[in-house]
Ligand binder design. Structure first.
Ligand SMILES: [Cu+2]
Length: 300
């Protein structure tokens, strides 16, 4: 079902309601648009509480962080025949060596990083297939949480006729496009509550981390601190990077999506300095941040 477009007979009829008598040929108003299904999951050190199977269709994921560290509810899709064990082994090795990510893994979004005690939301279209929730956050030794048990497979089956309307994509008032390597958005970021549509318009998987900078912190500071591949290459051993909390506060985002995918989230912007960045790694072993995928924006 589609929402009526401005100027459709039904809307015109509402606009001049007194003129529409029962005898006129006013189209029947459409039924209320179905909302996405809501799926709750929880993360802690180091595991997910999440369903084993889900119907396909538009889905809002709510990730509650019940632990003491930042966690993701990143979804990856496995090509048929691949196992969770293969995923953990191959992906851990790719991270350890800054190597290319396995070709049989599709980055499929999900909630981005969420601080301890907080909840993150994303809404996206689920297709039938075999998936895995993983938390790609690394500990101080560079070991990802998904290698410590924060990993869980799930399957998506084709939804039946009574399932939520497949056309129920959220109505966004802000579009952020992820490109190789940067961000464009429209309209300009403004204070207030927004439904953000994030599209991957590039050829590589990209994610989006939005943060409001702490006073005095610049995008350059963030570029130096939140750069996983440079830390792996260049950081002096034993020297911990500055904490996320010292740089700013999370303002929403999404885990990595494949090219042509879209994912939605809600965000509240308040006046101040924000930064958009992508935590993905390019095939050359460098962070997308090093390729320029970081942008500071003033919100008024
Ligand atoms: Cu990127």
């Amino acid at each position: 079902m589609r929402l009526p477009t401005p100027g459709s007979p039904w809307l015109v009829c509402i606009a001049v309601l007194v003129a529409c008598s029962a005898g006129e040929e006013a189209p029947r108003p459409p039924a209320a648009t179905a909302a996405p299904q809501i799926v709750s999951l929880a993360a802690t050190e180091y595991r997910f509480d999440a369903p084993d199977s889900l119907p396909s269709g538009w889905t809002t994921f709510r990730l509650a962080n019940q632990g003491g560290e930042i966690h993701y509810g990143h979804i990856v899709r496995l090509d048929s025949g691949r196992t969770v064990e293969e995923l953990v082994d191959a992906y851990t090795e790719a991270i350890r060596t800054s190597g290319p990510r396995p070709k049989w893994v599709t980055r499929f979004g999900g909630p981005g990083g969420v601080a301890p005690g907080d909840t993150a939301n994303v809404t996206q279209l689920l297709e039938p297939g075999d998936y895995v929730w993983i938390c790609p956050i690394e500990d101080e030794t560079g070991a990802p949480h998904f290698g410590k048990g924060e990993v869980k497979p799930f399957s998506v089956y084709a939804a039946g006729p009574d399932s939520p309307d497949p056309a129920a994509a959220p109505a966004a008032d802000l579009v952020v496009r992820l490109v190789d390597f940067g961000f464009t958005f429209e309209p300009e970021l403004q204070a207030g509550r927004h439904t953000v549509r994030v599209e991957n318009a590039g050829v590589e998987p990209h994610d989006l981390v939005l943060m409001k900078l702490a006073p005095g912190v610049t995008a350059e500071d963030v570029q130096g601190a939140m750069n996983p591949e440079r830390a792996r290459r260049d950081a002096p051993a034993g020297e911990p990077p500055p904490s996320f909390e010292s740089l700013g506060v999370g303002a929403g985002g999404i885990a990595a999506i494949a090219p042509a995918m879209a994912s939605f989230f809600e965000a509240d912007f308040t006046p101040g300095e924000y930064v958009l960045l992508c935590m993905a790694t390019a095939p050359d072993g460098r962070s997308h941040i090093e390729h320029g995928m970081i942008r500071q924006v003033s919100v008024h």
